[in-house]
Design a protein. Structure first.
Length: 157
């Protein structure tokens, strides 16, 4: 049985977007494009309705590319349990109140027992300080936190 991965919207966006002029973003886009076939082959990928909603936003052509990339991935439910955990992630500090979507991505992946949460969001999800706080809140509620990582971290070089 393959390990499970929740694909957060930033990964899909980096995979499908035009190359950025920002060197760091351009590098992350290229890494995502290179790793995408291996990720598709090696893992069982999941998204949520929130990923679809975020992928639909913005430029119509770009949105179409994002939605096509995730069209065959199973959609995890956003349960009351996930909503409750997301509220705790905000209320207990790690996720800022103005970024409820970030908390919901973490909560959906957690509640649905994902092995990994794949993201390029280093601001509110995938950085050392945030991960430690996220794990603390998740485990205090009796759940196991998925491993939070980028595509590069998931597969290595």
């Amino acid at each position: 049985m393959k390990e499970t991965v929740y694909i957060e919207t930033s990964v899909v966006s980096y995979y499908t977007s035009n190359p950025s002029r920002d060197l760091v973003i351009a590098a992350r886009q290229e890494i995502t494009r290179q790793k995408w076939p291996e990720i598709l082959k090696s893992f069982e990928l999941h998204i949520s309705a929130l990923v679809i909603q975020e992928a639909e936003q913005g430029d119509a052509e770009a949105s179409e590319k994002r939605l096509a990339a995730i069209s065959k991935m199973p959609v995890l439910p956003i349960s009351d349990e996930a909503e409750s955990l997301a509220s705790l992630l905000i209320g207990n500090g790690p996720i800022p109140e103005q970024y409820p979507e970030d908390a919901l991505h973490i909560a959906v992946a957690t509640i649905n027992g994902m092995d990994y949460l794949l993201t390029w969001n280093f601001t509110h999800i995938n950085n050392a300080q945030m991960k430690a706080k996220i794990i603390s809140v998740v485990e205090a509620e009796g759940y196991q936190c998925p491993t939070i990582c980028s595509p590069e971290e998931l597969l290595g070089e």
